[in-house]
Design a binder for this molecule. Structure first.
Ligand code: NI
Length: 143
């Protein structure tokens, strides 16, 4: 059977502040500009997951959408929606940039077993988006 690619989009809203204790106040301001504002700001994030695999001979599908939706909503949307990203354990020691958020979503999808995840795409604004393609080294103790 031919290989197929399926992409599905999910949305959540969250706030963040780009700041690191590694840099001084002035350096944070220089690196992050208004995104370093102490009060933070929000985004309507879009996450697009692409899975790939053989088309199932019986169902004609590459992945059951219900299974993909269930995983994404439970593991990604409910985890990040209406949160301040900076308060989450995964951003305790790294800046809550969308580059890092993209990796976190890819890390979460490492435990998705119904199909092979080949791309994780995160849109921060209509002008900014980030892609993770490939595989991550296993991190003990991380979901
Ligand atoms: Ni931002």
């Amino acid at each position: 059977m031919p290989r197929a690619y399926l992409s599905r989009r999910y949305r959540f809203s969250a706030s963040h502040r780009l700041h690191t204790d590694v840099l001084s106040a002035e350096e944070n301001q220089r690196a992050f500009g208004k995104c370093n504002n102490p009060h933070g700001h929000g985004h309507n994030y879009v996450v697009e997951i692409t899975v790939a695999g053989q088309i199932d001979a019986a169902t004609g599908m590459v992945c059951d959408l219900g299974v993909l939706d269930g995983f994404a909503n439970e593991q990604v949307v409910s985890r990040f929606d209406h949160t301040n990203l900076n308060t989450l354990p995964c951003f305790a020691e790294q800046v809550s940039t969308t580059e890092n958020l993209n990796i976190e979503v890819a890390r979460i999808f490492q435990s998705f077993t119904a199909a092979q995840v080949v791309r994780v795409h995160v849109e921060e604004t209509s002008n900014n988006s980030f892609d993770f393609i490939g595989s991550l080294p296993a991190t003990p103790g991380r979901p």
